[in-house]
Design a protein around this ligand. Structure first.
Ligand code: ZN
Length: 611
């Protein structure tokens, strides 16, 4: 492309490249030309109204301009030509690589040490990595030779440009430089963190208004701003929790996305204390206390209210902090979104229709039990029904439930709280977990006396719940009289829809699954697997879903439970009556392409081990 200059990169060039590749229809291309100036003025005005960064930028990229029309993708129904598609097509047209920027993979040190923020922003350029002695940079304009020559002069390295979507480049610049700058400023201020702010001690809620990213740049409190950057970043990456972990030399910040931790930042040791104090102040914890503490922060992401649960544990190198991000839309769902197969959901819903009895959800920590219980309570919620929850701690505040925090340390454990609650005669009681004999006895009594009781137990499968209740001293006849049903569950990662492809499982893999799958004629099973794409940051997975074993206590089982039958006998009988095991459910999900063979095996290994 020697003949091109930066100014040759125009809407005309982009639109023609897209049209030649069959992405843009010719009439849409002509519409783009006809409306170019009007559209540009409109975009600039919108940005001015929003007070956005774009005004301070040199230019609007022709790719942003074209994508703003949201023309339909001529190749695919229901898809529009967005910045990613346009950038990919332009890269193809000019013979450059295309790179979807993965914010978690950015090398913040490389970026901030190579370029100043004004330079990066002015030229919409971002160093990505050093490769074979060359510096790979993400650029928005493929023809900006002057820029590439300047970068070469600046770094002494060969420059290898790849194209990335302009919006991604600018967002990464704002976040990386913003966070870095705030951390650096904080480093110079350490020793005087947020003076004058004396936190209330306790577990009260506090609504914290997060600033927009633009306003953050102007913030005078670097630590405040840095923490807010972190939160914004986590929201944007769909992270479920943020870990701030002090080590000897520095602190490491990691975020969990779809169940997997990704390292995001390393911050200097001296800033750690200030960041940790800021999080404690936001969640109304005692900054001077050297003991584990839990607090919460209410905030908003757009229109959605978010809840952050902050827990701190003192370690040798400072407080280790975990911020769990509780998004109501994730934690409380419609029962149809949990991953039940339709017959399983029907059984579960039937249990909830009964005015009394006990419904138990089992599974290890992190298997989605709380989501199932909250979703069940939400399905039950109505103005005529009084729902009370007893939790330790309260996972998420829901306006339709009366939520009580159990706190064994202060003498109000589950059993104690339950006793008080029952005096108020609620219709539905959710007991966060049954851990001891007294709670078990109270919960069974409540279920016996006209209350619908929902709770969780730590057992790996459904019949294990019966044995566990017995271990906790509940007599078989009482279990038999109250237990309506048990759900055992796990969470599995879902195959990314953006990059899924068919794979034929080997005979060994099919054998490993250990059950006859639905179309087992030739011993072959077609599954799906994600090969990796930008949407799933090349993990092949996007989002999670539940794997369930749903046991309805039918009359036959009820007799056996009353007679003290062993879990083996209960399990065998339940299977005869059609119980689908966790593994069998997982196999159906594999066959349906919802999850992978490996996920199915991993998530159900413990339950299978007991059979
Ligand atoms: Zn993917």
């Amino acid at each position: 492309m020697p003949a091109h200059r930066a100014s040759d990169f125009s809407l005309e060039f982009v639109a023609e490249a897209l049209q030649r590749q069959g992405i843009l229809r010719d009439d849409d291309r002509r519409t783009a030309f006809a409306r170019e100036n009007v559209q540009r003025a409109k975009l600039l005005k919108d940005q001015a109204v929003r007070g956005g960064r774009a005004l301070r930028r040199a230019d609007l990229s022709p790719i942003e301009l074209l994508a703003s029309f949201q023309f339909p993708d001529a190749r695919r129904d229901n898809e529009v030509v967005d910045e990613d598609k346009a950038t990919q097509a332009v890269a193809h047209a000019v013979g450059l690589g295309y790179r979807k920027i993965d914010p978690l993979k950015l090398d913040a040190q490389l970026i901030t040490r190579t370029l100043s923020r004004p330079f990066a922003r002015k030229h919409a350029v971002l160093p990505l990595e050093r490769r074979n002695g060359a510096l790979v940079v993400a650029a928005a304009n493929p023809f900006d030779r002057e820029l590439f020559e300047n970068l070469h002069a600046l770094t002494g390295m060969a420059i290898e440009p790849v194209l990335s979507a302009p919006a991604d480049i600018h967002r990464a610049i704002a976040e990386i430089y913003g966070f870095r700058e705030q951390i650096r400023e904080a480093q110079t201020q350490v020793g005087a963190p947020a003076a004058g702010e004396v936190p209330d001690i306790g577990n009260l809620e506090q609504f914290v208004n997060l600033s927009g990213l633009d306003a953050l740049e102007a913030s005078s409190e670097p630590v405040v701003a840095a923490v807010e950057y972190l939160l914004h970043y986590a929201f944007e990456q769909r992270a479920s929790d943020i870990h701030v972990e002090p080590r000897r030399e520095e602190s490491i910040i990691r975020m969990r996305i779809d169940g997997v931790l990704h390292p995001v930042y390393r911050i200097p040791k001296v800033v750690h204390g200030a960041i940790s104090n800021r999080l404690k102040i936001m969640s109304r914890l005692d900054i001077s206390a050297r003991r584990p503490q839990d607090g919460r922060i209410r905030t908003a992401r757009g229109d959605t209210e978010m809840e952050l649960r902050v827990s701190t544990i003192p370690t040798a190198f400072g407080d280790k902090i975990v911020v769990r991000i509780l998004d109501q839309q994730v934690l409380v769902r419609d029962l149809s979104e949990l991953g039940f197969l339709s017959d399983e959901r029907e059984q579960f819903e039937r249990w909830l229709e009964r005015p009394h009895g006990m419904v138990i959800v089992t599974g290890p920590t992190g298997s989605g039990k709380t989501t199932t219980l909250y979703s069940a309570l939400q399905a039950l919620a109505s103005p005529e029904i009084n729902i009370v929850t007893i939790e330790d701690p309260i996972e998420m505040v829901h306006e339709d439930f009366n939520q009580i925090a159990a706190n064994p340390k202060t003498g109000t454990g589950f059993a104690e709280a339950l006793r008080h609650v029952l005096r108020q005669d609620p219709d539905v009681v959710m007991v966060g977990e049954v851990r001891d004999a007294e709670t078990a006895s109270q919960a069974v009594q409540a279920a016996l006396t006209g209350h619908l009781v929902l709770t969780t137990l730590h057992t790996s499968d459904t019949v294990g719940a019966v044995a566990r209740l017995r271990d906790l001293g509940v007599p078989g006849f009482l279990i038999s009289a109250t237990l309506t049903g048990v759900v055992a569950q796990r969470l599995v990662r879902q195959v990314c829809p953006g990059c899924a492809e068919d794979v034929l499982l080997t005979a060994d893999q099919v054998a490993d699954l250990g059950v006859r799958h639905p179309e087992d004629h030739a011993g072959k099973l077609v599954a799906r697997r994600g090969v990796g794409c930008p949407k799933c940051r090349f993990t092949g997975f996007y989002g999670r879903t539940g794997i369930f074993e749903v046991l309805t206590v039918n009359p036959r089982l009820r007799h056996l439970v009353a007679d003290g039958a062993t879990p083996e006998v209960l399990g065998r009988t339940a299977r005869q009556d059609g119980l689908r095991t966790l593994r069998e459910h997982a196999v159906l999900k594999v066959a349906a392409g919802a999850t992978s063979f490996e996920e199915a095996m991993r998530s159900t290994a413990d339950a299978e081990g007991q059979r």
